[in-house]
Design a protein around this ligand. Structure first.
Ligand code: BGC
Length: 553
C-alpha cells in the first residue's frame, strides 16, 4: 500500500514538474520572442536615427544637388524644372515699378520672359509673357487641381481690389481605376467635374466670353511655356502610360472643347507653384513653397542668372519660380532601413522618388505596416500573420498614413483607438496593451524621421538662397546679433496640416538645425487650398485678355 502511495506521489510530482517545466518553458519562449519584438523596434530606432549632424549633411547635400540640377539638364536627381512663372501675385501691388520697366498702360503690367531655348530643347527663340496680378481686374477665374488622392475644382471671383476674392471649392476623391487607366477617362472625369461647377455657378456655359483656367497638375512636367508642358513621368501611384510625353494642357484643352466648355488653360502649374503664388499674394516675404501630402515637393524663387542650364533666360523680374521635384532627391546621408529598400522594390516606381518614399503620406503608413509585419513574424503576440499585414499598400495608397497618425496621437491610457484600428482595419484583434504601445512607438519613429528629413530639405533650400543665416550680416559679436531677413515658406499638404506630431517634429528639427536665433526669422505659413487658388490667381495674371496688352521688349 505504502508503495502504491509513494508511486502515485512520485507520479504526481513528475507530472507537476513536467507541467511547471512546460509553463516555464513557454514563458521563457514568450519572453524570448517578446525580446525579439522589442529588438525589431530597437533596430528600427537605430537605423532611423537623425542626429542634427546627420541632418546638416542632408541640408548640404540638398543645396549641392540644387546647384547641380540648375547647372545642367540631368545634372542631378533634382530636376529643378523651369516654370516660366516669373512674377508672383502680390496683395501689395508694385505696379508703378513695372510700368516704368515695360512701359505698358497701367491697366496691366507685365514681366516678360525671353528664352533662348536651344538649351530648353525648343528650336526657335520664343517669347512668353506674364504679368503680376492686375488687381484692377474683376472677373471669374477657375482652378483645376489634380493632386494625389483628391481632385479639386475652384472658382475664384476677383473683386478688382487688393486682397479681394471669393472662392467656391468642390473636392472629389479620384477613383483608383482612373489612376492607372487611359488618359481619356481621367481627363473626361476632370472636365465633367469642372462642367458641374460651371453649371452650378451663375456663369453661363454658353457665354461667348472665354473663361480662364489655372490647371494645377501635380506631377513632374517639363514646361515649354507658362501654359504648356510635357509629362515626364507619373508619381504617387498614377500609371497612365499613354500620357507620358504628352503635352498636358493640350490634352485638357481638347477635352474641354469636346465637352463644349468655352474655357482656356491660361496656366499650367505644379501644386507647389500654386501654393507659392497664394503664399506670396498674402505675404510678400514668401520665397518658397513645400507640399507634404500624398507626395512631396518644393519650389522656390530663383535668380535667372543662377539657372545656368538655360543661359540667355531673361525676365524683367530677374527671377523665376523653379519646381525642384525634390521627391526624387537622394543622399547617402539619409538613414535608410531594410523596410525602405523593400518598399521601394515593391512600389510602382522602383529606384525613383527616394526622398518622397521616406517622407510622404503615400508611403509612411506602409513603412509602419512592414515593421508591424516583421514584429508579428517574430512573435505570436500579434496572432497569426494576417493577410492585411502581408500585402503592400493593402489598404490602398495613402490610406494607411491617416490611420498611422490616429494611432500615433491616441492619448487614451488604454490606447483604445489603436486597438480599434488594429482590429477593424488591420484585422489584428485583442493585441495586449504592451504591444499596442510598441505600435505607437513604431509610428513615432517613422513620422519623426520623415518630419526631420523634410525640415532638412527646407533648410537646404534656405541655404541655397542664402537665407539659412550662414552668410548674413552680423551687427554685433554674437550669433544673436545676426541680422536676418524675414523668410516665409508657404506650406500645404495633409501630413503637415493634419498630423500634429509630424508638424511638431518638423518645427523642432528646423530649430535644431538653424539654431534659435536664425529659426525665429523663418516662418512656415499654411496656405489653405493654395495649390488650386494660387493657380486661379496665376490664371488671372496670365489671362488672355491681359496678354492682348503685351508689348514685347
Ligand atoms: C510630384 C510633384 C508634386 C508632389 C506633391 C510628387 O509626387 O512629383 O510634382 O508636387 O508630389 O503633390
Amino acid at each position: 500500500m505504502a508503495k502504491v502511495v509513494l508511486g502515485v506521489a512520485v507520479g504526481v510530482a513528475v507530472a507537476a514538474c513536467a507541467v511547471a517545466a512546460l509553463v516555464v518553458g513557454r514563458r521563457v519562449r514568450t519572453r524570448r520572442k517578446w525580446k525579439r519584438v522589442v529588438g525589431v523596434l530597437k533596430e528600427l530606432e537605430e537605423s532611423c536615427e537623425t542626429t542634427v549632424g546627420r541632418l546638416r549633411q542632408v541640408v548640404d547635400a540638398m543645396a549641392v544637388e540644387m546647384h547641380a540640377g540648375l547647372a545642367s539638364e540631368g545634372g542631378s536627381k533634382l530636376k529643378m524644372l523651369l516654370t516660366f512663372v516669373d512674377n508672383l501675385p502680390s496683395g501689395f501691388p508694385i505696379l508703378g515699378q513695372y510700368s516704368m520697366i515695360v512701359g505698358v498702360p497701367p491697366v496691366c503690367y507685365f514681366g516678360m520672359v525671353f528664352e533662348f531655348l536651344s538649351c530648353c530643347n525648343l528650336a526657335a527663340l520664343s517669347v512668353s509673357c506674364s504679368c503680376i496680378l492686375p488687381w484692377s481686374e474683376k472677373g471669374t477665374f477657375y482652378g483645376l487641381d489634380l493632386g494625389g488622392t483628391n481632385f479639386r475644382v475652384l472658382r475664384v471671383e476677383l473683386g478688382g481690389q487688393r486682397s479681394s476674392f471669393d472662392r467656391d471649392v468642390a473636392q472629389q476623391a479620384i477613383p483608383p481605376r482612373l489612376m492607372t487607366g487611359r488618359s481619356e477617362d481621367l481627363f473626361d472625369f476632370i472636365a465633367s467635374s469642372l462642367q458641374h461647377l460651371v453649371e452650378k455657378g451663375n456663369d453661363s456655359e454658353q457665354s461667348p466670353i472665354i473663361k480662364e483656367l489655372g490647371f494645377t497638375f501635380s506631377f513632374p512636367v517639363k514646361q515649354t511655356s507658362v501654359s504648356s508642358g510635357i509629362l515626364i513621368k507619373w508619381t504617387k501611384g498614377f500609371a497612365i502610360t499613354d500620357m507620358v510625353g504628352k503635352e498636358v494642357a493640350g490634352v485638357l484643352q481638347q477635352t474641354l472643347a469636346r465637352k463644349g466648355l468655352n474655357m482656356q488653360v491660361a496656366v499650367l502649374v505644379n501644386n507647389t507653384v500654386g501654393t507659392l503664388a497664394l503664399g506670396h499674394y498674402h505675404d510678400a516675404d514668401t520665397v518658397a513653397a513645400v507640399i507634404i501630402g500624398t507626395g512631396t515637393n518644393a519650389c522656390y524663387w530663383e535668380r535667372t542668372d543662377a539657372i545656368i542650364k538655360c543661359q540667355g533666360l531673361l525676365t524683367t523680374s530677374g527671377g523665376m519660380v523653379v519646381n525642384m521635384e525634390w521627391g526624387n532627391f537622394w543622399s547617402s546621408h539619409m538613414p535608410r532601413t531594410s523596410y525602405d529598400i523593400e518598399l521601394d522594390a515593391e512600389s510602382p516606381n522602383p529606384n525613383d522618388q527616394g526622398f518622397e518614399k521616406m517622407i510622404s503620406g503615400m508611403y509612411l503608413g506602409d513603412i509602419v505596416r512592414r515593421v508591424i509585419l516583421r514584429m508579428s513574424q517574430e512573435s505570436d503576440v500579434f496572432g497569426p500573420v494576417f493577410s492585411s499585414l502581408s500585402v503592400p499598400f493593402a489598404l490602398g495608397y495613402a490610406s494607411m498614413t491617416p490611420l498611422m497618425a490616429a494611432m500615433h496621437e491616441d492619448d487614451s491610457p488604454e490606447l483604445t483607438k489603436v486597438a480599434r484600428i488594429l482590429k477593424d482595419d488591420l484585422k489584428i484583434p485583442d493585441l495586449p496593451l504592451k504591444a499596442r504601445k510598441l505600435v505607437v512607438k513604431v509610428c513615432d519613429v517613422v513620422a519623426r524621421r520623415a518630419a526631420r528629413l523634410a525640415a532638412a530639405g527646407i533648410v537646404g533650400i534656405l541655404k541655397k538662397i542664402g537665407r539659412d543665416g550662414s552668410g548674413c550680416i552680423r551687427v554685433g559679436r554674437t550669433r544673436s546679433d545676426t541680422k536676418m531677413r524675414r523668410t516665409v515658406v508657404a506650406i500645404e499638404g495633409s501630413l503637415y496640416t493634419q498630423y500634429t506630431m509630424f508638424r511638431e517634429y518638423l518645427h523642432e528639427a528646423l530649430h535644431e538645425i538653424l539654431g534659435e536665433d536664425i529659426a525665429q526669422h523663418v516662418i512656415l505659413k499654411v496656405t489653405e487650398d493654395g495649390s488650386g487658388t494660387g493657380a486661379a490667381l496665376l490664371a488671372a495674371s496670365h489671362s488672355s485678355k491681359s496678354v492682348d496688352n503685351v508689348q514685347l521688349l
